[in-house]
Design a protein around this ligand. Structure first.
Ligand SMILES: [Fe+2]
Ligand SMILES: [Fe+2]
Length: 193
């Protein structure tokens, strides 16, 4: 599914179930970061007209996801907690060497975004299938579809703006690297932990 090389260990859901409040806080900030990434791509690459148009739509969608998570937190009588460092993303963003042409930098950022969307989608699918909490399971099923579309869009833009063959090679290498990161994770109640 989604090209990912290593599926999440299903036992991760058991960890999540014991701490729904923490996963919701972490998830809310994932949506906030997805919003920020879309804004940042607009700022960094304004001349890519089609990308800018799609990023505007994405900003609206991701911030609406943030609100959906925030609404659930409020409904359950909780308050959004502080953001925590996302070790998965920190490690992932070390893969491509810094620098290169603007196009290269754009392609790298699009591939990172595609991968984070793909892994989020895979995690949401698992939550939708395994959570005992039916309200949350249904919620994650809906979000899973959105994130799958984002994955396709980011990968499509990378192939459109970069050299398709080079992009495909880089994508495969990034998938390999991501599976190595994942092998040491799935142990905490965070979306990517
Ligand atoms: Fe989202
Ligand atoms: Fe997304």
């Amino acid at each position: 599914m989604l090209g990912l090389k290593l599926p999440t260990d299903p036992r991760w859901v058991n960890i999540v179930e014991k701490n729904i409040e923490d996963i919701l806080t972490d998830h809310a900030f994932c949506e906030q970061k997805a919003t920020s990434t879309a804004i940042s791509l607009i700022v960094s690459f304004p001349e890519y007209t089609e990308l800018v148009q799609e990023m505007v739509a994405l900003v609206k969608e991701e911030i609406s996801h943030f609100k959906m998570v925030h609404d659930i937190i409020i409904k359950r009588g909780w308050t959004l907690g502080r953001d925590r460092r996302d070790d998965y993303v920190v490690q992932l963003l070390k893969f491509f060497a810094k620098g290169g042409s603007r196009t290269t930098q754009l392609v790298h950022r699009l591939l990172y975004a595609a991968l984070i969307e793909a892994r989020s989608c895979e995690r949401f699918r698992l939550l939708s299938e395994e959570l005992q909490d039916k309200e949350l399971a249904d919620f994650y099923r809906k979000l899973m579809v959105s994130e799958a579309n984002h994955y396709t869009m980011f990968l499509g833009f990378a192939r459109q703006y970069g050299n398709k063959k080079e992009v495909d090679t880089k994508w495969q290498q990034l998938l390999e690297y991501e599976s190595e990161i994942m092998a040491n994770l799935s142990k905490t109640e965070t979306i990517h932990g």
